[in-house]
Design a protein around this ligand. Sequence first.
Ligand SMILES: [Zn+2]
Length: 784
Amino acid sequence: METIRKAFRHLEDSMQRHDRMRCVISYESFIARLVENPDLILRNVFQVFHDMIHAYVGDGEDEYPDDPESIRFVHYDCTRLFVEGTDHPFFADRLFANRLIHQVEALRRGAQQNKIYIFDGPPGCGKSTFLNNLLMKFEQFANTDEGMRYETLWRLDRRAIGGAGNGDIHPFVNRILHLMQEAPNGRMPFDFKTQTNDLEDPSGKLPPDIHLMDEPPVALEEAIEVPCPSHDHPILILPKEFRRAFFDELFENDEFKYRLYTEKEYDWVFRETACTICQSLYEALLEKLGSPLKVFGMVFARPYRFSRRMGEGISVFNPGDKPMRQTILTNPILQSRINAILRDSNRVRYLYSQYARTNNGIYALMDIKGHNVERLIELHNIISEEVHKVEDIEENVHSLFLALMNPEDRKNIEDIQSFSDRIESVNIPYVLDLKTEVAIYRNIFGKHIDASFLPRVLHNFARVIISTRLKTRSEALMEWIENPQRYSSYCDENLMLLKMEIYAGHIPNWLTDEDRKRFTAKRRRRIIAESESEGNQGLSGRDSIKIFNEFYSFAAREGRLINMAALSHFFTRIRPDLLRSIPAGFLESLQRLYNYTVLQEVKEALYDYNEEAISRNIQNYLFAVNFEIGAIERCRFTGDRLEITEDYLVSQENVLIGEGATPEKRNRFRSDVQKEYAAKTLTVEMMQEGKAITETKLYKDLYERAVYNLKEKALDPLLKSEAFRMAIKDFGTTAFNNYDARIKADVQSVIENLGRKFQYSQLGAKEVCMYVIDNDIARKFSAS
Ligand SMILES: [Zn+2]
């Protein structure tokens, strides 16, 4: 019992804490909060939507921050927005994420608010998942302190206004109100329609629009609350013409004030007006009370609560949803009480449309067909005219309008010419970025799938899938790469493999310097722009998951890694039907790119790139050449103790100028280094200019030489020594112990390096080395 009581007390505490944070505040407190935190308090739906996206996605990561030609095509991690905490994750690829972020930035800036955003994508691209997740995150965010906005609430004080007693209420309404108060559960004790006929109405007429709302009536207290049905921002109660002067008083001449007055995103603060209900209440009260200050005493602010299920702030319509029976919503009880308190039944008309409920919120259509076609047409009219007529009253409608569309439904809106300038299409095609495609497989089949593949093979599966979605020919790439033939040993003739790298945000290092230089911002924009018309065909997201499942079941075997041979076998033998969708020659090019890449990896692993050791050796050598043979000295740069023998110097020179150098060449090299060191490096660069040894020209030259020679020689043991090959094969078995120490150490280090640098497992590293040797891949590339 005690624990239960404790649990309840805890629950009560936290609920109270929660409520305190989100309670109704006076207009004065609202203004105080506005001054304290204008960025947070003064936001419309577009600004909050932007802040929501930014809160979940962040700034994005530029992999090439120093690239002067960068077009800010960066990596946005959309996991928190579309994956975490969702029933069905949506995976935004790099292209779509950039498109979305740019749209959202433009929305906040206020450039394009009078539009309907239509997300246009083929079946199976995940658009409805996208929209559902987006709306769910918006709802969550808008109900947090970070995303919260205030809306207007009126508290009409009967005594302050001049005390309309119950006797002043329309007798008909008075009777109903009494009946309701007597009802035990606060609900109507009788059926309204049958009873109305029996009621005597002395005036002989009923208000025309009485529809009884199914909600408990409010007790007859001294103050009545009138919420703004349009969720007006409380600042809009201030008459438009006074707002500038008001802000002048309120804010120092600070950065925020400057932005408020100059930036388009704050236009709404000066342009928009309160809804007609709030406006008429304001005017009626001003007349009764005689002073704006007294009127503002009755204006309050409360958090705008969003609920998609209740249709507050967020409404989503499916094509099958029937149009609402009542297009005009009223609240007769509230209406009668407003009338009573103001003693005027025509002054404030509490009527509004369904659009009011999503004013300052999001109104969304799932697919433009069925009843949603009518809804879209109506929306379009509202947007064009900027107001919506409810009877003879004009209603403000400032919402974020979102819709989804299948390509085949485009015909439903094509007839309407004027749509073009009010509709902003955002493409949401199949995934075109291979990293995202792989992330989808991992999400569905589990992260462990990686362990079944040799590195790069999983990504190559994704490349095959994406090749079916891209256009084969790219004008932008052809304009950029003048001689595609140059890359034929590792790229397809249409350069689709190159395009896939760029779409994934990667500039391949096999590009020549010349082409890398020609990769200007203008060319980048052209290439990325081509993605706007890609991804509407080929294998859909659903297809690719099915195909991956089939491939994985076919190729994954205990104790064996899925390699390129399995991939190629699958697409040529198991599912040859898919070859129709894959561009001709693509699989072969993919194999060549794979060969080229693993060769680089094995080379790199053999070479044992150890910058620090190379640097240390060069510094020691530069120091040593200044002494007689046989001297023992401590290097002034590294602190190493050096025995300066002929053997020592030769071993260093072998690295710098190659092993085959004649003694004459070696001696000339040594004395050249010594002379330059004495005449320039030490005396000028270091002593006069204050450079460190590692910043001098001589040091840099030698370093470059060493790296070049070490890499050139890297493959020698692998290619020349049969013992090395056998040792790799025997690695991990007892037979490996029989090799000599030198070979064992080399094999060990290459396997380790492949693991450390390229995430190969031991088994994978062994397999890829054997692959490179047995297929004579080094020779294939050295010949080209
Ligand atoms: Zn209002």
